[in-house]
Design a protein around this ligand. Structure first.
Ligand code: NAD
Ligand SMILES: NCCCC=O
Length: 921
């Protein structure tokens, strides 16, 4: 029994030892080999779909072994590495055998370190073969990852081994073991020699690699990608068509990168050279420990040396583990982060690129960085040159292979009907108006065209909604009740912001960045008037202090009634919001008639109203021609007020029609606003505000500060600055990222602006900058930012609103002259002053005849401030409290609260009094 137990205990111990040490040697090697084999079989394409891929037929096992060997032997460097691998492996076996025989943990540890080296060298050699195999549909970038994967496995294994050695070492420190030193010194010195040979070898190769390997390794991926490119293209195309209805094209760009592949080899060698340094230090440790054991009898030197070697092992594998993990987890390589950021900025600046999506870059191997990128491009963009340009930029940033997918921006315009009484209604005469994308001149959809019949139905719906249930459904509800709808509209607009912004770009030609910010403006306007609607409840019945005690007076603010809202095309949804939000906040019901040139987002607002369940008829949206639908609204007897924004010419017609019925109107009309630049300001700031004030929204802003009045002392320098700033304006398809000047709304407007420019020229003015269609844009209604000098005050260009990107310039010498020039206009919408002298700014603010004065800026506009013009720029104010008031009718209520008779007239006598007085007479 005792004997059996002893044997069993011995067996267990033996097995544990076997597990410890054999794993370090045979099991380890076997495991490594198995993993490699599995990895290779898994990664090698010749076993997969070879027929359909038109590739080589499956190979026999011996061929698949012989091929890499032949490849390795075919190159001088690989041959040298293979030779060193053989020597290393041979000596590793010697060290393991000697280590086990002498019971020297130090020697076994050193052998383990060598094992790691051998595995790394073998993996490196095999990787040099496998990375040349063509990529396939499964391995888009080739099989360089094999090296990383097997390196990672090797490193994990080594960390385990290191940990086991340390455990064993501690055991031996506590319980020192006999070590036979007979051949130990010779073997350990031999190990040192082998490592020194390795060091010399890698040192030489390192120099060689840096010196001149340029012809040796054309990068292997170049040939491979032709094949799997198609596969990619197919996959991505299908996927994205489903998503957006856009057209996609995908390529994988590979790069012949001689210089890089050269340094890759350098890296590889550096890595091995580093390991060999570690190995050499380990061997020195073993020699020292052997000497200490042999001559001093210090047995503890053996485990101490083993710990030292384990530390070396772990230290040398940590960088490998970290790098490989980064690669396997597909992280953006840290060393490329900054370069990639800059490269992306450069990509965005390329003409034709509208947006970037799914940019993903990761280390494919320790040295190869690969990436994928989806680009949205405008329809006109040349795909081939864009691909080449983008891949060049990203290649310079370190990406060797790039899967690039191009998608042409194609936005589907929803087909809508008129929105009347809470539902979509086809126009009675079924007419429609085409929508033309100003940037491409293509017809992209159509809108319904309301005629008299439809307007009548809409007016009737709005009237009924106003008075339904005695007004209790809308008109006389609390402001808080109506505010809920306004807030719901605001949040839905924000939810659909990007889609609405895109639609408005296609509809108007305005740069995407502007329409996106307009959508924010729309939402904030609805939210702002929701607040005012809530506040309105508290303002009702506000008592008015009056000097007579016997009376009490207060004011009721009541909705005016049914309002016709007529709006222009330059800010389609924003201008509509400036009217709809306060009108509904006030309790009015309304009919919106947007411009026939840009109604798409207004019809989407109708859909939003449906979604938020606004009571039927409260807001009706009828699209159609101004001369038809607009004119009828302006003259309709059942409309209580007209809120109009548009040209002064149309404003006059609206006012004339309204006058027949003494109908209230508010008019937001055209302008020819000045910007006065004094000599004391910062020229760059002044230049930026000047071009922003005139060229924003493609120059189509009612308040565009399109008359520059600049102090004569800085005029020449300032004009140079203006030209410099103007040159920097990106004129492009408005969907492109970075676009700051898109297309003019329509062919008609384009021709009108061009006529203004040629008339100015004919009248003797100088076209200092621009004045034509940009050369790079063959289609679309594009006009360069234009600066016109040598202008006289009698010229058309000085007097009339152009409504395009055209700035005319005059100089002044005194403040009074500047004011005179600024006020020399029939309009009075906006004015801007640029000066550091704030007292002067204040003087000018008072002197300028305009509804808005901007100081040291031009165009900013806030919901809370008043908006409107003097002179022929209009009547009334929008925005702020004034905007709400313009939809409210003031009803003052006066209550006689005394019980005393009024006593103005002598009261008539009663019959008794009458009798009495007759008797007296
Ligand atoms: N002051 C402001 O706040 C402001 C804001 C934006 C635009 N605008 C002005 O708008 C003008 C550009 O817009 P536009 O070209 O659309 O103006 P527009 O006068 O041609 O059209 C404006 C609106 O009026 C309609 N309309 C046309 N004829 C009509 C008629 N006889 N009766 C009733 N409605 C009619 C149009 O269909 C459109 O909806 C510019 O002059 C600009 O300054 C002013
Ligand atoms: N910022 C909005 C100006 C409206 C006039 O066109």
């Amino acid at each position: 029994m005792e004997e059996r137990e002893r044997r069993f205990g011995f067996g267990v111990l033996g097995e544990m030892e076997l597990f410890y040490f054999a794993e370090l040697s045979l099991w380890g090697l076997l495991l490594c080999g198995l993993l490699l084999y599995v990895a290779v079989r898994e990664l090698d394409p010749v076993y997969l779909n070879y027929l359909e891929l038109g590739m080589e037929s499956p190979e026999s096992f011996s061929t698949s072994i012989m091929k890499p060997i032949r490849h390795i032997l075919s190159e001088r460097k690989s041959r040298k590495i293979a030779l060193f691998l053989l020597i290393n492996t041979g000596y590793m076996v010697v060290e393991f055998v000697a280590g086990f025989m002498s019971n020297s943990l130090g020697l076994i540890s050193d052998a383990c370190h060598m094992l790691f080296d051998c595995a790394a060298l073998a993996i490196g050699l095999y990787a040099s073969y496998i990375s040349r195999l063509p990529a396939n549909n499964q391995y888009n970038y080739g099989r360089g990852r094999f090296e990383v994967l097997s390196g990672y496995v090797n490193a994990v294994f080594l960390v385990l081994v290191g940990a086991l050695i340390v455990l064993e070492s501690f055991e031996r420190i506590l319980d020192p073991q006999e070590i036979s030193t007979n051949s130990l010194l010779t073997v350990s010195i031999g190990g040192l020699v082998v490592n020194v040979v390795g060091l010399i070898f890698f040192h030489e190769e390192h120099h060689h690699a840096h010196g001149g390997c340029s012809q040796s390794h054309p990068h292997s991926h170049s040939h491979s990608h032709t094949h799997h490119h198609d596969q990619h293209s197919h996959d991505h195309t299908g996927h994205h068509r489903e998503d957006h209805g856009n057209h996609h094209e995908c390529i994988t760009v590979s790069h012949e990168c001689l210089e890089k592949s050269c340094s890759d080899h350098g890296d590889h060698h550096e890595h091995h050279s580093c390991n060999t340094h570690g190995d050499t230090m380990g061997s020195v440790g073993v020699v020292i420990s052997t000497l200490l054991i042999k001559y001093k009898g210090w047995l503890v030197a053996d485990p101490a040396c083993s710990i030292f070697i384990s530390v070396l092992i772990v230290a040398s594998v940590i960088p490998l583990l970290r790098n490989s993990a980064e690669v396997l987890l597909q992280r953006v390589p840290r060393m490329h982060e900054q370069e990639l950021k800059e490269a992306l900025n450069d990509v965005m600046k390329i003409r034709g690129i509208c947006g970037i999506q799914n940019f993903h870059v990761w280390s494919f191997t320790n040295t190869d960085v690969v990436g994928t990128l989806n680009l949205h491009i405008s329809a006109e963009t040349d795909k081939a040159s864009t691909k080449a340009h983008v891949s060049r930029i990203l290649n310079d940033a370190g990406i060797k292979d790039l899967t690039l997918q191009l998608a042409i921006m194609a936005i589907q315009i929803p087909s809508r009907q008129l929105f009347i009484d809470g539902e979509w209604r086809e126009p009675v005469l079924k007419k429609r108006i085409p929508i033309i994308n100003p940037a491409t001149e293509e017809t992209v959809g159509d809108i319904p065209a309301a005629t008299t019949e439809d307007v009548e139905i809409a007016v009737d719906a709005a009237r009924r909604a106003f008075s339904r249930n005695g007004g209790k459904d809308w008109a006389s509800t609390s402001g808080a009740f109506r505010a809920k709808f306004l807030r719901a509209i605001a949040s839905t607009v924000l939810e659909r912001k990007s889609e609405l912004a895109l639609l408005e770009v296609v509809d108007t030609g305005k740069p995407l960045v502007e329409t996106a910010s307009d959508m924010d403006g729309v939402a904030s306007c609805f939210n702002y008037y929701a607040e005012l609607a809530e506040a309105l409840d508290a303002k009702q019945k506000a008592s008015i202090s009056i000097p007579v005690q016997s009376f009490k007076s207060y004011v009721l603010k009541e909705p005016i009634g049914v309002i016709a809202l007529i709006t222009p095309w330059n800010y389609p949804l924003l201008m509509a919001a400036w009217k709809i939000a306060p009108a509904l906040a006030a309790g009015c019901t309304a009919i919106l008639k947007p411009s026939e040139l840009a109604s798409v987002t207004c019809l989407e607002l109708a859909e939003i109203c449906r979604q938020v369940d606004i009571p039927p008829g409260v807001l009706n949206i009828v699209t159609g021609l101004g001369s038809e639908a607009g004119a009828l609204l302006a003259s309709h007897p059942h409309i209580d007020k007209i809120a109009f924004t548009g040209s002064t010419a149309t404003g006059i017609k609206v006012m004339t029609a309204a006058a027949q019925m003494v109908k209230p109107i508010s008019l937001e009309l055209g302008g020819k606003s000045p910007i006065i630049v004094f000599e004391d300001g910062d020229l760059n700031n002044a230049a930026e505000w000047t071009i922003y004030g005139c060229f924003k929204t493609n120059g189509q802003i009612c308040s565009a500060t399109s008359r520059l009045i600049v102090h004569e002392s800085i005029a020449a320098d300032f004009l140079v600055k203006l030209i410099d700033w103007s040159k920097n304006i990106k004129i492009s398809d408005p969907l492109e990222d970075g676009c700051r000047l898109g297309a003019i709304i329509s062919k008609g407007q384009y021709e009108k602006v061009m006529n203004f420019i040629s008339t100015a020229k004919n009248e003797g003015a100088t076209i200092l900058y621009g004045g034509a269609r940009p050369q790079h844009l063959r289609k679309g209604f594009f006009i360069e930012p234009t600066i016109i000098t040598d202008v006289s005050t009698s010229m058309q260009i000085w007097r009339e609103e152009v409504f395009g990107p055209v700035l005319c310039v005059k100089t002044f010498s005194t403040e009074n002259e500047a004011i005179e020039l600024a006020n020399d206009t029939d309009y009075g919408l906006g004015a801007a002053v640029i000066s550091k002298d704030l007292e002067r700014c204040e003087r000018l603010t008072k002197a300028l005849q305009a509804g808005t004065v901007w100081i040291n800026c031009s165009q900013p506009c806030f919901d809370q401030t008043a908006w409107g013009g003097n002179k022929r720029s209009g009547i009334g104010r929008e925005l702020g409290e004034w905007g709400l008031d313009s939809y409210l009718s003031i009803k003052q209520v006066t209550h006689y609260i005394s019980n005393e008779p009024w006593g103005w007239y002598s009261p008539p006598q009663s019959s008794e009094e009458l009798e009495r007085s007759q008797k007296q007479n």
